[in-house]
Design a protein around this ligand. Structure first.
Ligand code: PXP
Length: 238
């Protein structure tokens, strides 16, 4: 059965707009877990623009399903991850100015450093995933660095302009999944997936985990907004 990982960064983005206490991603994780999320995913970015260290620390104590931390290999975040020990780390590239993670990790140009990092995480009991583009060189590099998983970047598939482009992008994902599974890697997928394009993705060979954030939190605004307005009227007694 394919597992659903829910990325709750966007709940933290709303909280950080006021630098206050709500909405708390710790509450969000609990609701997601109650609703059937198999994995809770957070991305601790170098600039702490949404998830902050306190969230990682508390979520480590409260999340009862797999906790997956997306992170770049920067020294302070690596030390924090080694200390807090999420169940899984997903290594991503990071540029401060980007709106979201734009491309996959360039594993092919960094195999020896990545291999050392994989070992240090695995020695402390964590699984390691590389977020990569569906590209042969990157899949081979992930296998060479002994990653447990690759998370195939579905952004190009999700953003495809038409059927032909979408088909070509899906084909790349399929090939990468097949190659990865054949090289002993476990296969995940994520980025830009939504309620319309997810059905096809679950047909990828050997797929184990989906990682989805923005479309779920976007939908939650509209499935919850009406009730929230009614509750405010009731609270005010008007
Ligand atoms: N996987 C990775 C590695 C990501 O960086 C992100 C975005 O934080 C996601 C999945 C989720 O993408 P989206 O928010 O577009 O569903």
């Amino acid at each position: 059965m394919i597992k659903l990982g829910v990325n709750i960064d966007h709940v933290a983005t709303v909280r950080q707009a006021r630098r206050g206490r709500e909405p708390d991603p710790v509450w969000a994780a609990a609701v997601c877990e109650l609703a059937g999320a198999d994995i809770i995913t957070i991305h601790l970015r170098e600039d702490r623009r949404h998830i902050i260290d306190r969230d990682l620390e508390l979520l480590r104590q409260t999340v009862g399903v797999k906790l997956n931390l997306e992170m770049a290999l920067s020294d302070d975040i690596v030390s924090l991850a080694l200390k807090i020990k999420p169940d899984q780390v997903t290594l991503v590239p990071e540029r401060r100015e980007e709106v979201t993670t734009e491309g996959g990790l360039n594993a092919a140009d960094d195999v020896s450093r990545l291999k050392e990092s994989v070992k240090s995480f695995r020695d402390r009991g964590m699984l390691v995933s590389f977020f990569i583009d569906p590209d042969r060189r990157q899949v081979e590099a992930a296998a060479a660095a002994a990653a447990d998983f690759v998370e195939l970047h579905t952004g190009a598939y999700s953003g495809a302009a038409g059927d032909e482009e979408r088909e070509a992008e899906f084909h790349k994902l399929e090939e990468a999944a097949r190659l990865g599974a054949g090289s002993g890697l476990r296969i995940n997928a994520g980025h830009g997936l939504n309620y319309r394009n997810v059905r096809r993705i679950v047909t990828l060979p050997a797929l184990e985990e989906l990682h989805i954030g923005h479309s779920i939190v976007s939908r939650a605004v509209f499935t919850g907004l009406e009730k929230a307005v009614r509750e405010m009227r009731a609270a005010a007694g008007i």
